[in-house]
Design a protein around this ligand. Structure first.
Ligand code: RM4
Ligand code: MN
Ligand code: MN
Length: 424
């Protein structure tokens, strides 16, 4: 299904007068409004291929209708989202879920929709039917070298697949760990994991990075081999310059101060980027900004100030990706909401009065510091984000356009009502 440009502008016409009033307000109340609009428009957020279908839980999965059945259809869905918001110009593939069988066709389809390929993800947390050895007791950390070799080979194959489409990074997320005290030897497990990672690292092309994602729990509930940023950072430091730590917002223990982790990793040049989602309890993978938008804003405050200090390009120098998938919303509407939530948090962080914040910090004045932060957080930056979309040719109101176009009904007509996209 294609989104015609004329349809977007007709839909925008319905709201343009109101939008202009709201944007006028922003222009008179927010400093450097135009340059913020430009930054927001340049900021692109990667869509993970596994979020295009309905996510499941360990209790089951309620597959949605009209889900993409093939890699080309997944690319089409991301193309649709990008046409509407002009803010999600890349897709992240997961292997073996997304095997690239016909690379020229895949590349051509992506180019025609203005999409690029972001980091590729390996999967050694599930057994595949064709696989001789099981990951039940781990992959890169497994006690049996043959299992470790199989997992290393899969990661190297994932890199090869990524090269076919022009990806530049491998994201490694391991479910390795243990469910019971005494089950594994922590030190040997760490050493084996490092050894396996070194083999993967050696296979990395010179212009690629390796992102090491950590997670405190699940599916192993007593210990996780890459359990937090500290382990990830240790692995990444031992591996070398191309290895970096990836932060997934849902992978921490409750109440962890994620913004502080981000600030320090970035200062050390070891932050790869993000998997955005939101959560109430654990790795809930809920829509970005749906539970704790203030935390998201605080994370962006550290990112923006840290990147500015190091003269980094906001849009290009870190990996920005959504990693959410759950059971109740239409996945495409959910992704539109997540993209917008990220843009809002980014725009709010851009309007923080950095100098006033710095002065408050130097004067030991927590009251003033809070005033500065919350003045930005409580400012309605939605007209700025809408203006960024409009200038890039996207919709003023993405969800409203999506619904008025009957996207899901059209996809069901094309693909059928009994479809199941690969993913969790
Ligand atoms: C994990 C982790 C990874 C993702 C898988 C599907 O919890 O967040 O990034 O690849 O889920
Ligand atoms: Mn993740
Ligand atoms: Mn996760």
């Amino acid at each position: 299904m294609q989104v015609k440009k004329s349809l977007i502008s007709e839909h925008n016409d319905l709201d343009i007068a109101e939008h202009q009033r709201r944007y006028e307000w922003a222009l008179t109340h927010i400093a450097h409004c135009d340059s913020i609009v430009e930054k927001v428009a340049a900021f692109q957020i990667t869509i993970p291929s596994w979020a295009l279908g309905t996510g499941g839980t360990r209790f089951g999965r309620f597959a949605g209708a009209g889900e993409p059945r093939t890699l080309l259809e997944k690319i089409d869905d991301v193309g649709l989202l990008h046409a509407i918001s002009r803010s999600s110009g890349s897709i992240s593939l997961h292997f073996p879920w997304d095997s690239v069988d016909d690379a020229p066709a895949v590349r051509t389809r992506a180019i025609s929709l203005g999409l690029q390929f972001d980091a590729v993800n390996s999967n050694t947390f599930q057994d595949q039917p064709s696989q001789p050895l099981s990951y039940k007791f781990g992959s890169l950390s497994h006690v049996d070298k043959a299992v470790r070799n199989q997992a290393v080979e899969h990661n190297i194959e994932t890199i090869r697949q990524g090269e076919l489409v022009g990806s530049k990074a491998l994201t490694l997320w391991l479910s390795d760990g243990s469910c019971f005290p005494g089950q594994i030897n922590f030190r040997r497990s760490f050493e084996r994991t490092l050894e396996s990672m070194k083999q993967i690292y050696r296979a990395l092309p010179a212009d690629w990075n390796m992102y090491i994602e950590y997670k405190a729990f699940e599916p192993n509930m007593y210990s996780t081999t890459v359990g937090d940023w500290g382990y990830s950072h240790m692995f990444a430091s031992k591996l070398g310059k191309q290895a970096l730590t990836l932060v997934d917002l849902g992978h921490h223990l409750p109440s962890t101060n994620i913004e502080q982790i981000v600030a320090i990793l970035m200062m050390e040049g070891k932050l790869a980027g993000f998997h955005f989602n939101d959560s109430k309890y654990g790795d809930d993978d809920l829509t970005v900004g749906s539970i704790n938008p203030y935390q998201l804003f605080l994370v962006f405050c550290e990112l923006v100030r840290g990147m500015d200090e190091q003269k980094m390009n906001h849009a290009q120098d870190l990996g920005w990706m959504i990693d959410a998938s759950h059971n109740v919303k239409d996945p495409l509407e959910d992704l539109l909401q997540s993209v917008e939530a990220i843009q809002i948090a980014y725009a709010q962080a851009l309007i923080v009065d950095s100098q006033a914040l710095f002065q408050a910090q130097e004067a030991n004045d927590p009251v003033a510091a809070q005033e500065v932060l919350q003045a930005a957080f409580r400012t309605d930056v939605r007209p700025i984000v809408a203006e960024a979309r409009r200038r890039a040719g996207g919709a003023l109101r993405p969800i409203s356009l999506f619904r008025s176009m009957n996207v899901r009904a059209n996809l069901i007509a094309e693909r059928g009502s009994i479809t199941r996209s690969t993913g969790l």
